[in-house]
Design a protein around this ligand. Sequence first.
Ligand code: KG4
Ligand code: ZN
Length: 330
Amino acid sequence: MLGLETSCDETAAAVVEDGRRALSDVVSTQVDIHRRWGGVVPELASRNHVVQVLPVVDEALRRAGCTLEDLDLIAVTRGPGLLGALLVGVQLAKSLSAATGLPLVGVNHLEGHLLAARLLPTPPEPPFLALVVSGGHTSLYAVEDYGRYRRVGSTRDDAAGEAYDKVARLLGLPYPGGLPIDRLAQNGDPRAIRFPRALNVPGVYDWSFSGLKTAVRNHVRAHGVPEGQPLADLCASFQEAVADSLSRKLVAAARELHQTDVVICGGVAANSRLRALTLERAGEREIRVHLPPPALCTDNGAMIAVAGTEAWRRGERGDGQPVVDAGWTP
Ligand code: KG4
Ligand code: ZN
């Protein structure tokens, strides 16, 4: 099975066996191209997918030691994401399918994130709770079974990664802002500034990060862009507000919905404080936390192959001609 992903700024392809074992997982990131604009430029993303997508597929086949003839199925992300970017992957997948006769299945990008944990050595079996936290999404899903997903919460405005990226911009830090803020925060005092935690109400599993971003902006307006220790303190205080809010609601939802297993995925799942605080809070309640390694958290082709395998197993055939759906949510 070949998994192909071009929904945002990563061109990715992977060969996965039995929906469980990645034989290769190749990702070509465009981060350096978008950095100078401070965010993803859709037109540039599409153009670079066009350049990268064939070499990335070739490399995935080469690393897996196979050719197109050895495959049994092609899975491709058909939404949600950037329209022009999605079209590149879907068009290539259709061409490969037409040329080889291989069946083709269109996959939801978020289902890919939700099922990435299946590639772990000891994956959680449904039912489990999965928090998808990336630059584009912050949503909590109850994975009742493969193909049965119930959204129990989501952000009402900015995604958590988007908040990181916007705050980094305010502080003059490079894009994407998650890692630089995470690194600076390691040496800062998380109690230095008390930033707001929005929607801090029992039973509400939605988030809001735009007020937090505004609070950082107001702080910078009042005190200027900090340097040295005050910068580290600001980063740590911001990071604490995000990690506190995400982990508190995730663990509360697990308790309320009687879930024993939770998964965190998406780029922000790499965050050191979110990981530590969730492990701490879940540990107190005997909830198991599954944290895929960063390469499986960020966009990749293997998770699309896994979701494609599951979609195929449950009989999603379509007519072999997946249609791009940029605004699709599961
Ligand atoms: O999943 P991803 O690679 O792309 C999508 O948005 O789909 O996530 C990228 C996001 C960016 O907003 C980036 O700032 C954030 O993940 N990120 C982090 C960390 N590493 C990446 N956020 C917080 N802490 C990190 N260590
Ligand atoms: Zn993603």
